[in-house]
Design a protein around this ligand. Structure first.
Ligand SMILES: *Cc1c(COP(=O)(O)O)cnc(C)c1O
Length: 396
């Protein structure tokens, strides 16, 4: 059987992938099983900001796998301390808690905020509330989908964890009205990625920061997709000049080689966790730690944040200049751009399919948005080639 037939025959049907079978990849390029080459403008939802199979990260993975891969946290391992140091130095926080997937980092932050609320803020037992935003994406666990506003993410999966409330994204006055004595935290994506690259009004995060400080609630920013250079800053919340209380990283933290996520916070918050409160068998294992250190070093040494800012501004300028009756809005920051089409265009998917036949891979989000998010190692010529293809496909 062909690979796709095997997938169909044996795989669960929870995805509907484009009809491309990727066989290998390098940098911004991927090749299918027939040897056709594509420019990857999804970058595995920003997991491969450093480009596919970056030699330095691959090397770290191989070297560490030969030495020791998993120890569990029942013991110390020789890689973990340096990983914590690198993450804390990069983020400016005092403590790091490693997990594997993004959703686990979000779950960890929810537990952290609740325990902080009960032990530090004095919220009555069982009453802690977490505020999140409509149109959010924080992962797929039952607790997380319970506070999604996307019907398909929820329907059929209840009952859900109580203690969450949704506010309109970008509306700081709604947050000001909602944060109260039982609010443990406000959980926010600086830019909503899966929601359609939705950029909030300037100052939105700054105002959330102010409300949280005034009312003694934690500001948790989910930078799992927006962080690590994607928006032209190391972290997207820097655009608003704020410092959150808790930050979540994942995806590009490992350069796409292996799932690594982390929660960072200062000691006064993180230290509500005591031995036995939380954990993960694979979280903080030596391979993950070595891979993440290499992935962070590549981001910095290759100045990928600067590249994202410079080429992102250029790409946004070109796409905003496109005159097409199909396009409703072009928005984004850095190399993270959403092209929202009018309903009359018939959805973004056919345009992504057409782009794929021309050698450019991207993925629609929220039906009407073409998401453009190439690896941050992309060069100007490759970018121009991609933008030419996109401009073409937008001409009816
Ligand atoms: C992808 C994503 C997650 C979930 O990460 P997984 O590794 O898929 O569990 C959480 N939050 C945001 C903002 C994301 O983009």
């Amino acid at each position: 059987m062909k690979p796709t037939e095997l997938e169909e025959r044996y795989g669960a049907r929870n995805y509907a992938p484009l009809d491309i079978v990727i066989d290998r990849a390098e940098g911004v390029w991927v090749w299918d099983i027939d040897g056709r080459r594509y420019l990857d403008c999804l970058a595995a939802y920003s997991a491969v900001n450093q480009g596919h199979c970056h030699p330095r990260i691959v090397e770290a993975l191989i070297r560490q796998s030969r030495k020791v891969a998993v120890t569990s946290r029942a013991f110390h391992n020789a890689e973990l301390g340096a990983f914590f140091r690198d993450v804390c130095e990069l983020t400016g926080f005092e403590r790091a808690l490693p997990m594997n997937t993004g959703a686990e980092a979000v779950e960890t932050a929810i537990k952290l905020a609740r325990k902080w609320a009960y032990t530090r803020k004095g919220v009555p037992s069982g009453e802690a509330e977490i505020l999140a935003f409509a149109n959010n994406f924080h992962g797929r666990t039952t607790t997380i989908v319970g506070f999604s506003s996307e019907p398909q993410y929820r329907e059929g999966f209840g009952p859900f964890t109580p203690g969450f409330e949704l506010l309109p994204f970008g509306d700081a006055s709604a947050a000001r009205a909602a944060v109260g004595p039982n609010t443990a935290a406000v959980l926010v994506e600086p830019i909503q990625g899966e929601g359609g690259i939705v950029v909030p009004p300037d100052g939105f995060l700054a105002e959330l920061r102010e409300v949280c400080s005034e009312r003694d609630a934690l500001l948790i920013v989910d930078e799992i997709q927006s962080g690590l250079g994607r928006t032209g800053r190391m972290f997207a919340h820097e655009h608003d000049g704020i410092r959150p209380d808790v930050m979540l990283l994942g995806k590009a933290l490992s350069g796409g080689l292996y799932p690594v996520s982390v929660v960072v916070a200062d000691a006064e918050i993180m230290d509500v966790f005591q031995p036995g409160d939380h954990g993960s068998t694979y979280g903080g294992n030596p391979v993950g730690a070595a891979v993440a250190r290499a992935a962070l070093a590549v981001l910095q040494d290759e100045r990928l944040v600067e590249n994202s800012a410079r080429l992102g501004e250029y790409a946004l300028g070109r796409l905003r200049g496109v005159r097409s009756p199909l396009v409703r809005e072009v928005r984004g920051r850095g190399l993270w751009i959403g092209i929202e089409l009018h309903e009359s265009a018939g959805g973004a998917r056919p345009y992504c399919e057409k782009l794929a036949t021309q050698g450019l891979l991207c993925k629609e989000t929220h039906d009407h948005v073409i998401r453009f998010a190439p690896p941050l190692v992309i060069g100007r010529e490759e970018l121009d080639w991609a933008l030419d293809r996109i401009e073409e496909v937008l001409q009816p």
